[in-house]
Design a protein. Structure first.
Length: 388
């Protein structure tokens, strides 16, 4: 499930082994999530963005070298060529969303830890682009649907702010190409929330955009009183280091268009003459009126897909419990230093069901694509009873 970089790599691994594989993608094209951030450049070069499996399959067509691809370049030069391979082309089902996965003849609480569960096929409820529903069966299910389509709410404690639903038409929850949509942003007052790399990128791009769009104002609301923006000493990824430095400079007042407010949370939103009245809480409430809200507060995978399966989730990170335990303490620092957790960490109480890719890390943001490729190797090595 999911045709991003890890889903495609898993499908390719299955096809290489002669397994009957079907790849379901809810979007109308492969890499639907990556396309959403197509204008953003990655921190990692092509040499770290193409799996060994994909490189073998594409041969000389596989992109390589030190250049940093954008999301659009990842799609055009890697994901689309992979999907067009004869091994995958006929196995891809676009515009088909998996809405639930269950175990045939068994409920979640039945046959706990019993071999019987492994003998029953999975049932996948599908919805196609026309809304028609169907059920398919499978022996193994790999969830590589990612987290991008399930952004977090912007209120205190991770729940929605009061009135957030009523202002949804004024809220953007993903990075936007501001220069391509000047009518929405020029001269606007924008409330930006979040402190991660997406929010940092938005703050930097909006500061640049404001130079040619007088009157554009950004109020960057940060939950922590002192934000370090995840900076890493001696960062081996120069573009990430540059972004952290730019974010710190903006926090220090580098742009007259960006006002940073620290130690505040979004308390109340209310429609206000086509705009949004916002109450920020920090001891004494403060109020402002924004034209748009850019809520970049991270995202987490959709657990409802496997609600009827025996998946043991970490209560803190929402990742599979064994993997979450293996990653304990890896919530900061350099993602390049985190070693793959190994096949045992990917196993769930539900036999034959695996969560791979960014979704497997839950709320831990240290996932790298190369980690996902290692996960694919571990899963298929385990399935075949031998290492990759």
């Amino acid at each position: 499930m999911g045709s991003g970089p890890i889903g495609l790599d898993a499908a390719l691994a299955a096809a290489e082994r002669g397994l009957d594989v079907t790849l379901y993608e809810a979007g109308e094209a492969v890499g639907a999530h990556v396309r959403r951030w197509g204008h953003v450049r990655t921190f990692t070069p092509w040499s770290m963005s193409v799996s060994p499996r994909a490189r073998r399959a594409l041969g000389q067509r596989a992109p390589a070298g030190p250049a940093l691809p954008t999301g659009s370049e990842l799609v055009e030069r890697l994901l689309e060529p992979l999907a067009a391979l004869p091994a995958l082309r006929a196995r891809l089902r676009l515009g088909t969303r998996v809405v639930a996965v269950g175990r045939e003849g068994l409920l979640k609480h039945e046959a706990i830890g019993a071999p019987e569960r492994a003998l029953r096929k999975f049932r996948l409820l599908l919805v196609d682009r026309d809304g028609a529903e169907s059920v398919v069966r499978a022996d193994v299910v790999i969830d590589a649907t990612g987290t991008y389509s399930h952004p977090n709410r912007l209120g205190d404690g991770g729940i929605a702010a009061v009135g957030e639903g009523a202002c949804e038409d004024r809220i953007d929850r993903h990075l936007t190409p501001f220069a391509e949509e000047p009518g929405r942003w020029a001269g606007a007052t924008v409330l930006l929330t979040g402190s991660g790399h997406s929010a940092q990128t938005a703050a930097r791009e909006l500061a640049l955009f404001a130079r040619d769009a007088p009157g554009t104002r950004v109020i960057w609301a940060l939950r922590r009183s002192e934000a370090d923006f995840g900076a890493i000493a001696g960062d081996p990824l120069p573009e990430r280091a540059a972004l952290n430095a730019d974010a710190a400079a903006l926090a220090a007042g580098a742009s007259p268009a960006v006002e940073v407010r620290t130690g505040v949370v979004t308390e109340v939103l209310a429609p206000h003459d086509g705009r949004v009245a916002v109450t920020l809480r920090n001891g004494d409430d403060s109020e402002l009126v924004a034209d748009r809200i850019l809520a970049l507060n991270g995202s987490v995978g959709d657990a409802s897909l496997y609600r009827q399966l025996q998946v043991h989730e970490c209560y803190a990170t929402c990742g599979p419990m064994k993997l979450a335990a293996a990653l304990l303490g890896e919530t900061g620092g350099d993602c390049l230093s985190i070693a793959p957790a190994g096949p045992d960490a990917l196993a769930n109480p539900e036999p034959g069901f695996f969560i791979l890719g960014a979704k497997s890390y839950g709320r831990n943001s240290q996932f790298l694509m190369r980690t996902g490729w290692s996960q694919v190797d571990d899963v298929f090595g385990s399935l075949l009873g031998r290492p990759e």
